[in-house]
Design a protein around this ligand. Structure first.
Ligand code: PEP
Length: 248
């Protein structure tokens, strides 16, 4: 059985006050027993979040990391530093990083390796643009992104990765993939993973991301190959994020 995972990516949003709101709102909640919930605020809020989330089911994630452990990399943060702040998960290959900061599959892989080396669970984000979907290239793009990482990892490293399928055209646009569209791609990812081993494919957690909200989460999460969600905008509101967690 795969434990569902709901991760909230705040991107470059939020505030210290919002961290405290989440700490209070999630202090006495009853969530499904087998559910991992991760909040991913910007770096400066990680320490406040670590303290505010102590009596909550919320665990911590980071939005990126530098592949190098330390040194002359102004503005960057390493996996070792994240680990010091009790961060458990880290996003790698988010489409905004691939697009705005030109991160290639190779650079995404270096980050993923650094995450694993530091005992962090990487959430590898993959997904096609609208032009690629219209050109019927969705599976080519997604499996290239997944495959670049998976073929370079040892079996025990592969098992430690979470994959998030996020169609780029659905991120921050209010346009969600239909449950069937998401399921189709995610079944394709799992079929690809089964080429390594069926047992491995069966235990891998696959998340859907792209305008998931309190209204559409239940239907998406009911799909057989969707094990959770990577939530952007709706993770900035305590009620909405809680409702999504309840749907898992
Ligand atoms: C994301 O940033 O990963 C995301 C899915 O954003 P949104 O939910 O706002 O589309």
């Amino acid at each position: 059985m795969r434990t569902p995972l709901i991760a909230g990516n705040w991107k470059m949003n939020g505030s210290a006050a919002l961290i405290n709101d989440f700490g209070s709102a999630f202090a006495d909640v009853s969530l499904p027993a087998a559910l991992d919930v991760v909040l991913i605020p910007p770096f400066p809020y990680l320490d406040a979040a670590r303290q505010a989330f102590r009596n909550t089911p919320l665990t911590l994630g980071a939005q990126t990391l530098n592949p190098v452990e330390s040194g002359a990399h102004t503005g960057e943060v390493s996996g070792r530093m994240l680990k010091e702040f009790e961060v458990s998960y880290v996003l790698v290959g988010h489409s905004e990083r691939r697009e705005l900061y030109r991160e290639s599959d190779e650079q995404v892989f270096d980050r993923l390796l650094a995450a694993l080396d530091n005992g962090l669970t990487p959430i590898l984000c993959v997904g096609e643009s609208l032009a690629e979907r219209d050109a019927e290239k969705t599976m080519d793009v997604v499996l290239r992104q997944v495959g670049y990482a998976m073929t370079r990892l040892a079996p025990e490293q592969r098992q430690a990765v979470v994959i998030a399928y996020e169609p780029v055209w659905a991120i921050g646009t209010g346009r969600t993939a239909t449950p069937e569209q998401a399921q189709d791609v995610m079944a394709g990812i799992r079929a690809y993973l089964a080429e390594f081993s069926t047992a491995f494919a069966e235990q891998m957690r696959l998340l859907y991301g792209g305008s998931m909200n309190a209204k559409n989460a239940a239907e998406l999460l009911a799909q057989p190959d969707i094990d959770g969600g990577l939530v952007g905008g709706a993770s900035l509101k305590t009620d909405d994020f809680y409702a999504i967690c309840q749907s898992a």
